[in-house]
Write a protein that binds this ligand. Structure first.
Ligand code: SF4
Length: 335
């Protein structure tokens, strides 16, 4: 990984949070942009949420960005803007779980905490022939305890953690692991018992929920349009959107009119449906079908949501599917 040599806990923290749900190839650019915009904890601590979300735009799982900001404020206030060196204090920060706390503690400070990412779980579950559901917290705890014991004899926890992660990524791979050339094969229980193909074992996934979000991008002849901030505890909290009705019913101009009226928005002139776009967004537990209806009217005269001009759209953070819609449909929209 490009940030392997980094010892700065702030940078390790940012990189680990970005990589929680993101591939390295995609995350690296975001990491560089984030560090350029917010090079230190004190600068991040005084950033506005919209600014942080704007840099995060398109990366998904936006709670991560909001938690970074919350944690930076706590570090600034409670730890004199110095990243804590104690595992428990790191773990107490918003958005930091045992994996990230262990990564920061071992990579930045050389503390003996094992990191439990997918690679490590696979290697140890095979090495110990643990054939229980690898995603269950019970199995993870067993593996963590096993590693904690090993850690007591390790001289350099950062190298140990890095080595086992790399071993999982390069030798003990999910498919076709290199068992024949593996230096661990003599002691690997899964190899000895012929269980390599069956481990790690995963219980079948539950079917994903499908949600249909109907957005109405209402534009008047003066270039005004309506956006509002998502404030509910749901995906994309803190990002902006157009008028929304979540429903699986087929949307026509009638449903569009009803949604506009029920949001207490008054318009002048006939409502015309100009275009309909559809984008899909896959999350871990749900599939989002985003239908965006571009609707024109003569004048928006009364609006509860925020009324903005088209040329200021790029100053607001939007969920990825709305961002794609704006990029596809508006020449002057610049991400
Ligand atoms: S022998 Fe195969 S399964 Fe066991 S640690 Fe080596 S690569 Fe992984």
């Amino acid at each position: 990984m490009p940030w392997l040599e980094i010892k700065d806990p702030y940078k390790i923290w940012i990189s680990e949070i970005i990589l929680q749900q993101t591939r390295v190839a995609q995350g690296w650019d975001y990491y560089l942009r984030f560090i350029e915009k917010f090079p230190s904890i004190d600068i991040l601590a005084f950033a506005k949420e919209d600014e942080v979300l704007k840099v995060w735009e398109g990366l998904g799982y936006y709670t991560r960005a909001r938690n970074l900001l919350k944690a930076a404020k706590i570090i600034f206030k409670d730890h004199n803007a110095i990243f804590p060196k104690d595992y428990e204090k790191i773990l107490a920060l918003p958005g930091i779980g045992p994996y990230t706390a262990a990564a920061i503690s071992s990579f930045a400070y050389g503390l003996p905490y094992p990191v439990l990412d997918g690679n490590v779980l696979r290697v140890i579950s095979r090495y110990t022939a643990n054939d229980q559901d690898i995603l269950s917290s019970k199995t993870k705890k067993i593996i963590e305890n096993y590693l904690n014991e090993l850690m007591q004899e390790v001289k350099d926890p950062a190298i140990f953690n890095q080595a086992i992660m790399n071993f999982g990524a390069m030798q003990c791979t999910p498919r076709n692991p290199g068992c024949e050339s593996c230096q661990m094969s003599k002691h690997c229980m899964a190899f000895k018992e012929g269980l390599v193909e069956q481990i790690p074992f995963k219980l079948k996934k539950v079917k994903k929920k499908v949600r249909t979000l109907n957005f109405i991008d209402l534009i008047d002849n003066r270039g005004n349009r309506l956006i509002n901030k998502r404030t509910e505890k749901d995906i994309w909290m803190g990002l902006y959107q157009f008028l929304l009705l979540e429903s699986n019913i087929k949307f026509s101009i009638l449903e569009i009119e009803e949604t506009i009226i029920s949001n207490e928005i008054k318009t002048k002139g006939k409502l015309t449906l100009v275009k309909q776009n559809e984008y899909r967004h896959e999350l871990t537990h749900q599939t989002i079908k985003g239908k965006i209806f571009t609707v024109r009217c003569k004048e928006i005269i009364n609006a509860g949501p925020k009324m903005i001009k088209t040329n200021s759209l790029s100053g607001y953070p939007f969920p990825k599917l709305l961002d794609l819609y704006l990029q596809d449909n508006h020449d002057n929209y610049d991400k």
